[in-house]
Design a binder for this molecule. Structure first.
Ligand SMILES: *Cc1c(COP(=O)(O)O)cnc(C)c1O
Length: 368
């Protein structure tokens, strides 16, 4: 038996009829960029997040990048980011010419915390980008308290956390703005690239709408130096279908995660710790062990596919070689990169498959 890390094809097949009909509707419409399909998804996603506005863009990296631009953050400014995250969080800051200031995460929740962030704040700090890593919300209440009153903006990177809840409410409207990715493997994934920003700030929403569309709000009139970063109507139509099943599919991930947590509770593994005030959506189920590489190859031998999020931390990447940041030490990010392993999890994964994974992990840990 082969157990894939995530079976995207099975996800499509489960809702094939609705997805095919949605795509056909766009093909028939004659409208292939912007238009009603995109606007309808924006309305539905804003409603889902309890935010006033959702502005779709081409991908998650652009969602963060264009937001920083809309907030006029640039050279000379500092932006606080986690030392352990997907590199896009950093790239967005670098593309604006601002400086990334990495902060180490907590090694149990994998998220950055207000106390550590506070120590990294300087007179140049303009924004903080907490990432809801692996699908578990960061403590955005504490982070917003820290930022408010100091003129620091909070941009949540929610690329891994669609539908997750913080103190009972879905994330998407707690901070100045929230950036989303609809990359196929995310909890709410398109059949290609996509992204969005949710916000209650009308000025920010208008600036983002102009920035994504050549700096224009009226055809052939250009107020600012903009980009072409739009969500395709085909992807919007697919996302409207997938938004309807998101909570159900997140619920299935939650059941599998609970099964993993109980089935592996006595193994010599560091399991993720979930604060009582969050409801994660288990984009990833991470475990940590000193014997990571051996565990990974043992599982692969039994047909179980795992991944590492992430094998090389951003500060060690060649992309950041020349940045002064590379000279700093980030032991938590290093520790995570060398010990973390993501077990298979996804809405179409069956209970028996998770059972097989648990057995195999227990065997590898000499617990069988
Ligand atoms: C996926 C991801 C992004 C980037 O999204 P893309 O749509 O792939 O550009 C940004 N941040 C995090 C944490 C992500 O996981």
């Amino acid at each position: 038996m082969k157990i894939p890390f995530l079976d995207l094809q099975a996800g499509y097949l489960e809702i094939k009829e609705e997805v095919d009909a949605a795509v056909a509707r766009v093909l028939q419409s004659g409208r292939y960029v912007q238009g009603a399909e995109v606007e309808d998804f924006e309305t539905e996603f804003a409603t889902y997040c309890s935010s006033k506005y959702a502005i779709t863009v081409a991908n998650g990296l652009d969602a963060i990048h264009l937001t920083l631009r809309a907030l006029e953050i640039g050279p000379g400014d500092e932006v606080i980011v986690p030392s352990n995250t997907f590199i896009a969080t950093w790239l967005a800051v670098s593309h604006c010419g601002a400086t990334v200031v990495p902060v180490e995460p907590d090694l149990r929740t994998y998220n950055i915390e207000a106390e550590t962030i506070e120590r990294a704040i300087t007179a140049k700090t303009k924004a903080i980008i907490p990432v809801h890593l692996y699908g578990t919300p960061a403590n955005i209440g504490a982070i917003n308290n820290l930022a408010n009153g100091r003129g620091i903006r909070v941009i949540e990177d929610a690329a891994q956390a669609h539908g997750a809840r913080y103190k009972g409410e879905r994330i998407g409207a707690h901070s100045d703005c929230v950036a989303w990715s609809f990359y196929p493997g995310k909890n709410l994934g398109a059949l290609g690239d996509g992204g969005a920003v949710t916000t209650d700030d009308l000025n920010l929403a208008n600036r983002l709408r102009a920035l994504r569309n050549y700096g224009s709000s009226e055809k052939y009139v250009h107020e600012i130096v903009g980009f072409n970063s739009r969500l395709d109507p085909i992807q919007a139509a697919v996302l409207r279908v997938k938004l309807k099943v998101l909570d159900d599919w997140n619920g299935r991930r939650r059941k599998l995660a609970a099964f993993y947590l109980s089935g592996l509770s006595d193994a010599e593994l560091v399991l993720p710790e979930i604060p009582s005030w969050v409801e994660p959506v288990w984009h990833i189920f991470p475990v940590r062990t000193k014997n990571r590489d051996k565990l990974r190859s043992d599982l692969l031998q039994q047909g179980i596919e795992t991944l590492i999020h992430y094998p090389i931390p951003p500060h060690r990447q060649n992309a950041y070689r020349s940045a002064k940041i590379a000279a700093h030490q980030f032991p938590a990010a290093e520790e995570i990169a060398s010990t973390i392993l993501s077990l298979p999890i996804g809405p179409q994964m069956r209970h028996e498959e998770a059972e097989t994974v648990i057995k195999a992990v227990r065997m590898a840990c000499d617990l069988a």
